[in-house]
Design a protein around this ligand. Sequence first.
Ligand SMILES: Cc1ncc(COP(=O)(O)O)c(C=O)c1O
Length: 399
Amino acid sequence: MIVLDPPDVLVNHAALARIPGLIQPREPLSVHRRLPGYAPTPLIGCPDLAAELGVGALWVKDESARLGLPAFKMLGAAYACYRVLTERLGHDVEWSTIDELAAAFAPLGRLTFSAGTDGNHGRAVARMARLLGMHAVIYMPDNIPQARIDAIAAEGAEVVVIAGGYDAAVEESARLASDTCIVLSDTAWPGYADIPAWVTEGYSTIFGEAEHQLAQAGAGRPDVVVIPVGVGALAAAAITHFKAADGPGAHLLGVEPESARCVMESLRAGHPVVLPFPQTSIMAGLNSGTPSHLAWPLLERGLDAMVAVSDEWAVAAMRSLAAAGVIAGETGAAALAGLQAICADPAGAPVRAALGLGRRSRVLVLCTEGVTDGAAWARITGYPVPDAALPEPTAGGNA
Ligand SMILES: Cc1ncc(COP(=O)(O)O)c(C=O)c1O
């Protein structure tokens, strides 16, 4: 078992087993099913990893290829685009293909979508804009690898690179709001919540699929679910799924990079905390300094524990996932990194106790992103560069 820097841990004593008033969204899956390339992502059983960590069973929900992109983010962006454009149109639309959907929205004219991103959400918004014949302006921080910027530009979007990190990129993108420009953010702030709420609802597909896949395999329900946390929108979707009155129930562990632990510090403080810029983890998708205003009330009552890990834990988790046949990038490996840290390090004991984690536990771990840098992945894992890391055709295609 690996031994690295002790993780920072927090047990959230205010967490509830069930949260009153939560409703599981049903519509997003029916929208996703009609998008090009929809298929449930794999749920991979990892018995060797389970044995190594001393838990009963471990599954990885592998979001490294989702709706033609290398992360889960299309689920949120696509559903939010669909909902906001339907509202603008003022009536429901009949459609079964993306071209029919684009035709139904054509009377709205060529609108612009704007978003701030450290990569995945912005690429998904740009992809939706392209599929629907709209325009996209995507703001990105200047510390993002060029490949991520190029991937968004290849979707046909205008990319604006700015100083100041993810939070500043979101702020800049929000300034473009107008009658012809829709701000499509995955994070919320006071006065701006509808679209991020739809983004979060869109993520529900991951958990619905996982539950179905586990049932089909006769594997029962997970007792512990491990989720990587940036602004907390994905964690909010997990909380809504598992902790709704009619949800399956589970203990939820959130994982952050130690340099971007805004949700952990907020839970410690009892109110949302903004971390000073910069956030510098190699788990780039989690480099946010501010929890989502919309997610916060759920995170506060829904996350049972948090762990913050150094980048070395992410590197070790990439190796473990590669050995288990899961090709994960740095951010994609974050959730397993957090689980490994609380299992391997004595500092994890209070969290293990709070989660009831032990030899009989069934654990579901999210892997939210594939490889972002093939050469780095090969160097870290010792495996050859995977096909997934090769540049994919984008503009003009319908992947
Ligand atoms: C690959 C990946 N995983 C996890 C997350 C975390 O999601 P959230 O910001 O909703 O907490 C992100 C956010 O951008 C991401 O890109």
